[in-house]
Design a binder for this molecule. Structure first.
Ligand code: SF4
Length: 336
């Protein structure tokens, strides 16, 4: 890839690491899993605690996760405790957090560590990803860098945004080619002696400074290294020739020729994503069956959903999907 899309200069890589770590040391948010990762001497317990936080944080805001995390760790402070829990208990604690399969898979994987790996967490990102169900490349890298100090990068939504801006990557950021490029870049950048802090700093920067809609570029610790910012600044100064995309047409990382740089967007030209799939509409008929017991207390009929698919294994009032556009008459028949 062209030079503007990568970090090639060792001096610049060093400067980015130092700036990000210094910023993180003074500005990082005080979060319960960070304290635990810093203070827990037992390596398996530490990795377990990081793992729980990372799974909860997928698709969920930090502010929502804090309470759930604290309750979870209080109830199941170790892999062994989680492995001994029932799925109902896990679902009960997870209630309200969404994407319920996360809790179930976390528990399945904990059982696997206890029964097949003698309670020892795999010690590298590669093994974590290979051996633990539900642990993908990102989670494996996060656990290995934060708990074990393995110098391996991570790429999540925040990192994608920051890196695409730092290096003006305007091709579809969900495409495999761009993601490969970003993983390579994260592995080049990650600090060798404080990889866990560096990865968290990069993600924290995306969450609190390099935000999707209104990034705070002037407060950004790596603004000197940001090509998107440089391009925006040059664009507003007519005396300086604009930095253009790479050679016309050929670059796989520049914005596509059909959607070039839009100066009204500034740095938020990056990242770019292919259009989202339309959400799927579904209609469901639901039956609430109440039964008065002898003392008048109501009881309700609930059933368990299948063990795979949407909301797998959860309990609900009996329901069935209805074809879209079904006449009311037919709906009643179907429900009956
Ligand atoms: Fe993001 Fe702005 Fe910092 Fe560039 S300068 S990394 S766009 S916050």
């Amino acid at each position: 890839p062209a030079q503007r899309h990568v970090f090639q200069d060792a001096a610049e890589v060093g400067a980015v690491r130092r700036a990000l770590l210094a910023w993180y040391d003074s500005c990082k948010r005080d979060l319960p899993w960070r304290a635990r990762a810093a203070n827990e001497p037992d390596v398996d317990r530490r990795a377990y605690a990081v793992w729980v936080s990372e799974i909860m944080l997928q698709q969920t805001q930090v502010a929502t996760v804090i309470d759930y995390y604290n309750r979870w760790m209080q109830k199941w402070p170790t892999l062994q405790a989680l492995a001994a829990a029932s799925l109902e208990e896990v679902n009960e604690l997870w209630a309200g957090l969404g994407y319920y399969s996360r809790g179930r898979r976390l528990q399945e994987a904990a059982r696997k560590v206890v029964s097949e790996l003698a309670g020892r967490m795999p010690r590298t990102a590669e093994d974590l990803q290979k051996l633990l169900p539900g642990v993908g490349r990102y989670t494996a890298g996060a656990i290995a860098s934060i708990s074990y100090g393995q110098a391996t990068g991570v790429v999540d939504g925040n990192v994608i945004r920051v890196l695409c801006r730092l290096r003006c990557i305007g091709a579809d950021s969900s495409s495999p080619a761009v993601l490969d490029q970003l993983w390579d870049m994260a592995n080049v950048l990650v600090d060798r002696s404080r990889p866990g802090d560096f990865n968290q700093a990069l993600m924290e920067l995306g969450a609190t400074v390099c935000m999707p809609k209104a990034p705070l570029c002037e407060e950004c610790p790596v603004k000197q290294h940001c090509h998107a910012r440089r391009r925006r600044l040059l664009g507003t100064c007519p005396a300086v020739p604009d930095v253009e995309d790479c050679d016309v047409g050929g670059c796989p990382l520049c914005p596509p020729a059909t959607e070039p740089w839009d100066s009204s967007l500034g740095v938020t030209n990056f990242p770019r994503k292919a259009a989202k799939k339309q959400p799927r509409a579904a209609r469901t008929a639901t039956c609430v069956l109440e039964h008065r017991g002898r003392r008048g207390a109501p009881r309700y009929l609930i059933v368990q959903r299948p063990s795979s698919g949407l909301l797998a294994g959860l309990w609900e009032f009996p329901s069935l999907p209805l074809a879209l556009g079904l006449q009311e008459e037919k709906q009643r028949e179907a429900l009956a």
